[in-house]
Design a protein around this ligand. Structure first.
Ligand SMILES: Cc1ncc(COP(=O)(O)O)c(C=O)c1O
Length: 399
């Protein structure tokens, strides 16, 4: 956890891609080595009893912050921009979402949550928040400023995820944020898909921006970590909640996240470019009914994406023209460069069948055909297309 970034001396203006490389580094504090050391730490020793009693010292206890957590927190805060007052590091993306909700809410409150929310976050609201006397209403992700009509006197938070990570609806974040703020509610958003590189959540009115660092920050499918970045209004309650609950993350995972962050700018650019090429290619396939990729002009909220986002990651979905499940499975099983597995954001491509129809309560999901989610990794695009061609041939044979 860190709130040091706001006190740091002003940096010369640099582009976000450069920030990924420079963030969280201070080589001459560590004998000139490029990367900071990994501090495995619990106890911090004081020189005297008086120092101990006065908590005198830069660090006071392993769970209160170490040079390793500071390096990662500062790098993440720099990426979020000047609105960021502090960053909390959590053991997973789901823990980041849960901790942000717990920080924003108390017994008797009401929270509005997008119907397209990551399903385990929905389960947290339904199972855990309910037990603590907090009620949840799910809303249509496309509601925009109309969210005002769903606000109750006790609505303390509005939770967004844009785009939804299965069906890719893009939300009007500034409109929802200003409606929420007008009623004194905090705005929480899962910004894992775009990251602060492509969507400046805090600038757009979000108070608590959540990312699963498991995805592109880690980038290698070998790490679970979550991040919540807060503005000045939300940081004290986030910091206090996370610390009081004893939530902390191992230093090796923090170090892996920092290492991943330094290459995230170039990786994300490649995921974006390759993903878009493949999404366009899929749009032309006779077997495909539609492609949900916010950067495609055919996406229903493409105009919103263009207004608010500056890029995309490698995650999108397609609806196939109606075929039997066996044909969809034949397509996926034939792929050799696409793994079949949950999560995303690693260097490798993935393809999974999915169905959101059981996950929705405020909206309905009727894609008109079987749906497949793709994550486009860092492989050569031509190889991925050749692999997909073989997959569609298998689908044709299994029809
Ligand atoms: C949009 C989104 N948010 C949060 C999470 C949870 O992340 P983690 O696996 O790090 O708990 C996921 C995981 O797939 C996700 O897709």
């Amino acid at each position: 956890m860190s709130n040091k970034a706001k006190d740091a001396p002003k940096q010369p203006p640099i582009k976000p891609a450069t920030r990924f490389v420079t963030g969280g580094r201070d080589p001459f504090s560590y004998h000139g080595f490029v990367n900071p050391p990994v501090y495995h730490a619990s106890t911090v020793l004081y020189r005297t009893a008086q120092d101990y009693l006065a908590h005198r010292g830069r660090y006071t206890y392993g769970r209160r912050g170490t040079p390793t957590s500071d390096a990662l927190g500062e790098a993440l805060a720099e990426l979020e921009g000047p609105e960021c007052a502090g960053v909390a590091l959590l053991p997973s993306g789901l823990a980041a979402a849960s901790a942000a909700l717990l920080a924003a809410l108390r017994a008797g409150d009401h929270v509005l949550v997008t119907d397209t929310v990551y399903w385990p976050t929905r389960k947290f609201c339904d199972d855990v928040l309910t037990r603590y006397g907090i009620t949840t209403t799910y809303y249509d992700p496309l509601i925009g400023g109309g969210i005002t009509e769903l606000m109750q006197p006790n609505t303390r938070a509005v939770y967004l995820e844009s785009p939804g990570s299965l069906s890719f609806e893009v939300q009007d974040v500034p409109a929802i944020a200003s409606a929420a703020h007008a009623r004194g509610a905090l705005v929480l958003m899962d910004n894992t898909w775009a990251s602060p590189l492509y969507f400046r959540a805090l600038e757009k009115g979000v108070d608590l921006a959540i990312q699963s660092a498991t995805k592109y920050i880690g980038g290698h499918s070998d790490l679970l970590l979550g991040v919540v970045s807060a503005n000045a209004a939300a940081w004290p309650q986030l910091n206090d909640t996370v610390f009081t609950m004893g939530l902390w993350t191992g230093p090796d995972d923090m170090s892996l996240a920092l290492r991943g962050l330094h290459t995230m700018g170039v990786r994300l650019k490649q995921h974006y470019e390759a993903g878009l090429i493949i999404a366009r290619w899929l749009e032309q396939r006779p077997e495909v009914a539609r492609v949900w990729h916010p950067a495609l002009p055919s996406h229903p909220q493409h105009a919103l994406w263009k207004r608010d986002f500056t890029g995309a990651c490698g995650l999108f979905a397609v609806a196939l023209k109606p075929v039997a499940d066996a044909a969809v499975h034949a397509l996926i099983n034939e792929l050799t460069l696409f793994g079949i597995g949950a999560s995303w954001g690693g260097y490798e491509s993935l393809a999974i069948p999915f169905d959101c129809s059981e996950m929705r309560t405020a909206t309905s999901w009727a894609p008109g055909g079987p749906t497949v989610r793709f994550h486009i990794g860092l492989e050569d695009v031509d190889d991925l297309i050749a692999d997909l061609e073989r997959g569609f041939a298998a689908l044709g044979r299994a029809r």
